[in-house]
Design a protein around this ligand. Structure first.
Ligand code: TYD
Length: 137
Protein backbone atom coordinates (compact mmCIF):
# COMPACT_ATOMS: atom_id res chain seq x y z
CA UNK A 1 0.00 0.00 0.00
CA UNK A 2 1.29 3.45 -0.91
CA UNK A 3 0.20 6.16 1.42
CA UNK A 4 0.26 9.26 -0.76
CA UNK A 5 -3.06 8.69 -2.58
CA UNK A 6 -6.61 8.21 -1.35
CA UNK A 7 -7.60 4.58 -1.73
CA UNK A 8 -10.01 1.92 -0.49
CA UNK A 9 -8.51 -0.96 1.49
CA UNK A 10 -10.66 -4.00 2.26
CA UNK A 11 -10.12 -5.08 5.86
CA UNK A 12 -10.37 -8.70 6.95
CA UNK A 13 -13.46 -9.93 8.67
CA UNK A 14 -13.77 -12.75 11.19
CA UNK A 15 -17.02 -14.65 11.68
CA UNK A 16 -19.82 -16.22 9.73
CA UNK A 17 -23.29 -15.40 8.49
CA UNK A 18 -24.63 -17.44 11.43
CA UNK A 19 -22.70 -15.54 14.12
CA UNK A 20 -22.04 -12.18 12.53
CA UNK A 21 -18.70 -10.52 11.91
CA UNK A 22 -15.94 -8.48 13.46
CA UNK A 23 -13.45 -6.25 11.63
CA UNK A 24 -10.41 -4.78 13.33
CA UNK A 25 -8.42 -1.62 12.63
CA UNK A 26 -5.17 -1.54 14.57
CA UNK A 27 -2.34 0.95 14.63
CA UNK A 28 0.73 -0.25 12.70
CA UNK A 29 -1.05 -3.48 11.62
CA UNK A 30 -3.47 -2.14 9.06
CA UNK A 31 -3.59 1.54 10.01
CA UNK A 32 -0.38 3.40 9.10
CA UNK A 33 -0.53 5.96 11.91
CA UNK A 34 -1.08 6.27 15.64
CA UNK A 35 -4.85 6.73 16.11
CA UNK A 36 -5.29 9.87 18.21
CA UNK A 37 -8.99 10.52 17.68
CA UNK A 38 -12.14 8.67 16.64
CA UNK A 39 -15.39 10.31 15.61
CA UNK A 40 -18.59 9.24 13.91
CA UNK A 41 -21.34 11.02 12.04
CA UNK A 42 -24.94 9.86 11.62
CA UNK A 43 -28.45 10.96 10.59
CA UNK A 44 -27.07 13.02 7.72
CA UNK A 45 -29.96 13.63 5.29
CA UNK A 46 -29.53 12.13 1.83
CA UNK A 47 -29.61 15.54 0.13
CA UNK A 48 -26.84 17.07 2.26
CA UNK A 49 -23.19 17.22 1.22
CA UNK A 50 -20.72 17.28 4.09
CA UNK A 51 -16.94 17.55 4.01
CA UNK A 52 -16.01 20.49 1.85
CA UNK A 53 -12.50 20.63 3.27
CA UNK A 54 -8.97 19.26 3.11
CA UNK A 55 -6.45 18.76 5.88
CA UNK A 56 -2.95 20.19 6.00
CA UNK A 57 -1.34 17.33 7.96
CA UNK A 58 -4.03 14.95 9.23
CA UNK A 59 -4.57 11.57 7.67
CA UNK A 60 -7.57 9.36 8.18
CA UNK A 61 -9.16 5.98 7.68
CA UNK A 62 -12.89 6.25 7.15
CA UNK A 63 -15.49 3.49 7.25
CA UNK A 64 -19.20 3.27 6.53
CA UNK A 65 -20.04 0.96 9.42
CA UNK A 66 -23.62 1.18 8.22
CA UNK A 67 -25.15 2.33 4.94
CA UNK A 68 -23.40 3.76 1.92
CA UNK A 69 -21.13 6.80 1.78
CA UNK A 70 -19.76 8.38 -1.39
CA UNK A 71 -16.64 10.52 -1.50
CA UNK A 72 -15.67 12.88 -4.29
CA UNK A 73 -11.99 13.58 -3.76
CA UNK A 74 -9.36 15.81 -5.33
CA UNK A 75 -5.76 15.28 -4.31
CA UNK A 76 -2.88 17.73 -4.22
CA UNK A 77 -2.02 16.95 -7.86
CA UNK A 78 -5.54 17.80 -9.03
CA UNK A 79 -6.52 14.15 -9.54
CA UNK A 80 -10.26 13.64 -8.94
CA UNK A 81 -11.83 10.34 -7.90
CA UNK A 82 -15.08 8.92 -6.60
CA UNK A 83 -14.99 6.32 -3.82
CA UNK A 84 -17.99 4.41 -2.53
CA UNK A 85 -17.97 2.80 0.89
CA UNK A 86 -20.80 0.26 0.82
CA UNK A 87 -19.57 -2.46 3.16
CA UNK A 88 -18.25 -2.37 6.75
CA UNK A 89 -14.96 -4.01 5.68
CA UNK A 90 -14.07 -1.17 3.31
CA UNK A 91 -11.86 1.60 4.64
CA UNK A 92 -11.00 4.74 2.71
CA UNK A 93 -7.50 5.97 3.47
CA UNK A 94 -7.21 9.72 2.96
CA UNK A 95 -3.75 11.27 3.21
CA UNK A 96 -3.20 14.96 3.86
CA UNK A 97 -4.10 17.56 1.21
CA UNK A 98 -7.15 15.81 -0.24
CA UNK A 99 -10.30 17.85 -0.76
CA UNK A 100 -13.44 15.80 -0.13
CA UNK A 101 -17.19 16.18 -0.54
CA UNK A 102 -19.23 13.45 1.09
CA UNK A 103 -22.78 12.15 0.59
CA UNK A 104 -24.65 9.64 2.69
CA UNK A 105 -27.47 7.16 2.42
CA UNK A 106 -30.15 7.83 5.04
CA UNK A 107 -28.91 5.05 7.35
CA UNK A 108 -25.19 5.75 6.99
CA UNK A 109 -22.84 5.91 9.96
CA UNK A 110 -19.37 7.23 9.14
CA UNK A 111 -16.57 6.17 11.46
CA UNK A 112 -13.29 8.07 11.22
CA UNK A 113 -9.91 7.13 12.66
CA UNK A 114 -7.70 10.20 12.70
CA UNK A 115 -3.96 10.68 13.08
CA UNK A 116 -4.24 13.93 15.04
CA UNK A 117 -6.40 15.52 17.68
CA UNK A 118 -8.86 18.14 16.48
CA UNK A 119 -7.28 21.40 15.31
CA UNK A 120 -9.28 23.86 13.24
CA UNK A 121 -5.96 25.32 12.03
CA UNK A 122 -5.33 22.04 10.19
CA UNK A 123 -8.29 22.63 7.86
CA UNK A 124 -8.53 24.17 4.43
CA UNK A 125 -12.21 25.08 4.32
CA UNK A 126 -11.80 27.37 1.33
CA UNK A 127 -11.39 25.49 -1.96
CA UNK A 128 -9.51 28.33 -3.67
CA UNK A 129 -7.04 28.51 -0.81
CA UNK A 130 -6.53 24.73 -1.05
CA UNK A 131 -5.92 25.00 -4.81
CA UNK A 132 -3.52 27.92 -4.41
CA UNK A 133 -1.45 26.04 -1.86
CA UNK A 134 -1.32 22.75 -3.77
CA UNK A 135 -0.66 24.42 -7.15
CA UNK A 136 2.53 25.85 -5.67
CA UNK A 137 3.55 22.23 -5.18
P1 TYD B 1 -16.32 19.01 10.13
O1 TYD B 1 -14.94 18.50 10.21
O2 TYD B 1 -16.56 20.22 9.29
O3 TYD B 1 -17.29 17.83 9.67
P2 TYD B 1 -17.82 17.29 8.25
O4 TYD B 1 -16.65 17.20 7.34
O5 TYD B 1 -18.40 15.96 8.58
O6 TYD B 1 -18.86 18.21 7.74
O7 TYD B 1 -16.84 19.26 11.61
C1 TYD B 1 -18.16 19.61 11.90
C2 TYD B 1 -18.17 20.42 13.19
O8 TYD B 1 -17.71 19.61 14.28
C3 TYD B 1 -17.29 21.65 13.15
O9 TYD B 1 -17.97 22.68 13.87
C4 TYD B 1 -16.05 21.24 13.92
C5 TYD B 1 -16.58 20.22 14.90
N1 TYD B 1 -15.59 19.16 15.21
C6 TYD B 1 -14.97 19.12 16.47
O10 TYD B 1 -15.21 19.97 17.35
N2 TYD B 1 -14.08 18.11 16.72
C7 TYD B 1 -13.79 17.16 15.80
O11 TYD B 1 -12.98 16.23 16.09
C8 TYD B 1 -14.42 17.21 14.51
C9 TYD B 1 -14.15 16.18 13.44
C10 TYD B 1 -15.32 18.23 14.27
Amino acid sequence: MEYDKPQIITFDKIGSSQLGYITIAETQKNVPFEIKRVYWTYYTPHDVTRGGHAHKALHQFIFAVSGTITFNTEDKDGSKEIFTLDHPTKGLYIPKLVWRDIQFSHNAVLLCLASEVYDEEDYFRDYEEFKKTTDKG
